[in-house]
Design a protein around this ligand. Structure first.
Ligand SMILES: NC(=O)c1ccc[n+]([C@@H]2O[C@H](COP(=O)([O-])OP(=O)(O)OC[C@H]3O[C@@H](n4cnc5c(N)ncnc54)[C@H](OP(=O)(O)O)[C@@H]3O)[C@@H](O)[C@H]2O)c1
Length: 366
């Protein structure tokens, strides 16, 4: 069995999309296994560590559970850093692994869970020039983040905002960078733009509202009644409470330049059928989930006119921009529920995440 810790979720995701189209999963899985083994052979084990094992959260199939257990401290490649993880947060993508019905996903188990992290660089590969030992960083831990140590690629992390503690910094990377990238996909927003954020109270939606406000745009947000005050706190100009049957009346004379949809997915209701008619003729619809056909088209670069389904591409530049927004008080940290790295807390946090009704971020102090 090949360890999955060196492959990002997005790579698995892209691979599964490709194998959905081409009937060659065995050949593809073989190639991935082969190249992963080649990469593993070039990796370094940290020679100056006093211990060689750590506590980590591993997902396997069976038993189809996230289990807190002891495992080896990961080795790192020439373009990677080894980090001491100080804090981590979870996102819907972390539990979706569990519910995925696609058999090829199982090739990548056992899987070190979690990606969002903040921590300290304790060793680095020969090609790492941008970071030094002792740097406090945040971003994507491609080796898993619900564990004491992990690895991260140098181009998928950035220096932690100084005004944030580790738990706060671990809560911003994935949701913040996704919204930053999605909102600038078609154009740079200005004060002349009117933007609609669907799912404005969620992790991505909350960042979406604040990022669009930082450009001076007029922002409408869709959320449920209980989260109206929260979304107001993000600076949203007009809030549409979808639990009110007449909520669309407020859109009678409104047309949007950008609609950012964080809710539509194969599991949830399709929001595009409700909201697309509120786009200007030149307006664009950007989603971060959606029908499988749209995700596949997104990967193949043949999307529908005026529509984009965005998958996060981790990179230092966007994480730096996110850090600047935080340092300049243009983006506030969401409320955070903090957990410990114990089996009981892992079960509780993933249970909450799966409900799709969490408010703010679920983070772990490691
Ligand atoms: N493509 C990518 O790279 C990428 C990256 C990150 C996330 N995602 C995906 O994007 C989605 C959102 O992620 P997240 O981190 O923001 O999730 P989250 O924080 O768990 O979002 C939960 C929020 O969704 C809202 N919601 C649920 N149904 C709604 C509806 N019908 N209308 C409006 N709001 C609704 C809920 O608010 P109310 O209770 O107020 O309804 C809740 O606050 C997930 O499916 C995730 O997998 C994709």
């Amino acid at each position: 069995m090949v360890s999955a810790r060196f492959i990002t979720f997005m790579e698995i995701y892209q691979c599964t999309l490709i194998t959905t189209i081409f009937p060659t999963p065995t050949v593809l899985a073989f190639l991935i296994t082969f190249f992963t083994r080649l990469i593993i052979n070039c990796r370094k084990t940290p020679h100056n560590m006093k211990r060689d094992s750590m506590i980590a959260t591993i997902y396997d199939f069976p038993p189809q559970e996230f289990l807190v257990s002891s495992t080896q401290i990961p080795s790192y490649g020439p373009d990677e850093v080894l980090v001491e993880v100080k804090a981590s947060s979870i996102n819907p993508v972390d539990y979706k692994l569990k519910t995925s019905q696609l058999p090829i996903i199982r090739w990548f188990f056992p899987w070190n869970a979690g990606r969002d992290f903040a921590g300290i660089v304790i060793a680095k590969g020969n090609n790492v020039k941008k970071f030094n030992i002792g740097d406090e960083v945040f971003g994507n831990a491609c080796g898993g983040s619900l564990q004491e140590y992990s690895i991260a690629r140098q181009n998928e992390i950035a220096l932690k905002p100084t005004k944030l503690n580790f738990v706060e910094a671990a809560s911003i990377g994935l949701a913040g960078a996704t919204s930053l990238q999605a909102l600038k996909w078609f154009k740079t927003l200005t004060h002349e733009d009117t933007v609609l954020i669907i799912g404005a109270s969620g992790g991505c939606g909350g960042f979406g509202v604040q990022i669009a406000k930082s450009y001076g745009s007029k922002v409408y947000g869709v959320c449920s009644a209980k989260n109206v005050e929260l979304v107001k706190g993000f600076g949203c100009d007009v809030i549409l409470d979808y639990t009110n049957p007449n909520f669309l009346d407020d859109l009678k004379d409104v047309k949007f330049d950008i609609i950012y949809d964080t809710v539509s997915s194969p599991e949830d209701a399709d929001q595009e059928v409700i909201f697309r008619k509120y786009l200007k003729g030149t307006g664009k619809y950007v989603a971060i989930n959606g029908a499988r056909s749209d995700m596949i088209r997104g990967q193949l670069g043949c999307e529908r006119q005026g529509y984009h389904c965005h998958l996060l591409k981790w990179n230092t530049e966007d994480l730096n921009d996110l850090r600047d927004l935080v340092e300049n008080n243009l983006v506030k940290i969401m409320s955070i529920q903090t957990f410990r790295l114990t089996q009981e807390d892992i079960d509780r946090a993933f249970g909450l995440m799966a409900s799709r009704r969490t408010v703010g971020k679920l983070s772990f102090e490691i």
